[in-house]
Ligand binder design. Structure first.
Ligand SMILES: [Zn+2]
Length: 164
């Protein structure tokens, strides 16, 4: 008889193997979207909080979770979406931010605290060379979650994971 807690640990490990559909170097647990893992009678319920509203990746994440757990022998799995409190980039782990940078995506800068958001463009260091001499090219990069920047030193364009 496996205890519920041991089982939960195993489930978290499985979830940790599911990559973000848009950024394969970070997992859905790194991203901080997994809120709760619990048993409701014989159904394994995973609560998730969407990242950016309308982010098409969320549907994919839901399906990936269901598939991963079904493949591992969990027959009844329910993915529940929880909207409050709203997800913020503050939930991305430090280790995942470092992996983002190595992957070539500038991680979110500073806190997502709404009261601190200004219209001033903030300094986003280049993930390739570390230069702070960068420029916003477009509010929308390869996906709506990212903005496109250009490094004025190494001349490389790069994605910036927007802070929310
Ligand atoms: Zn650079």
């Amino acid at each position: 008889m496996v205890s519920i807690d041991t089982d939960k640990e195993r489930i978290y490990q499985l979830l940790n193997e599911i990559p973000d559909p848009e950024i394969p170097v970070i997992s859905v647990t790194d991203l901080g979207v997994i809120r709760k893992v619990e048993w409701e009678d014989d159904t394994l319920t995973i609560s998730i909080t969407p990242t950016y509203s309308g982010c098409p990746a969320m549907k994919q994440i839901e399906q990936d979770i269901e598939k991963k757990l079904a493949d591992s022998g969990y027959e009844k799995v329910k993915v529940k979406t929880v909207f409050t409190p709203a997800w913020t980039t503050d939930w991305i782990s430090d280790e995942a931010r470092e992996r983002l940078r190595k992957y070539g995506i500038a991680p979110p800068q500073g806190s997502a605290d709404k009261s601190l958001i200004t219209t001033e463009p903030k300094v986003v260091p280049c993930p390739q060379c570390g230069s702070r001499n960068t420029q916003l090219t477009s509010q929308f990069g390869s996906t709506p979650c990212k903005a496109l920047y250009k490094c004025l030193d190494c001349k490389e364009p790069f994605d910036y994971f927007k802070c929310i």
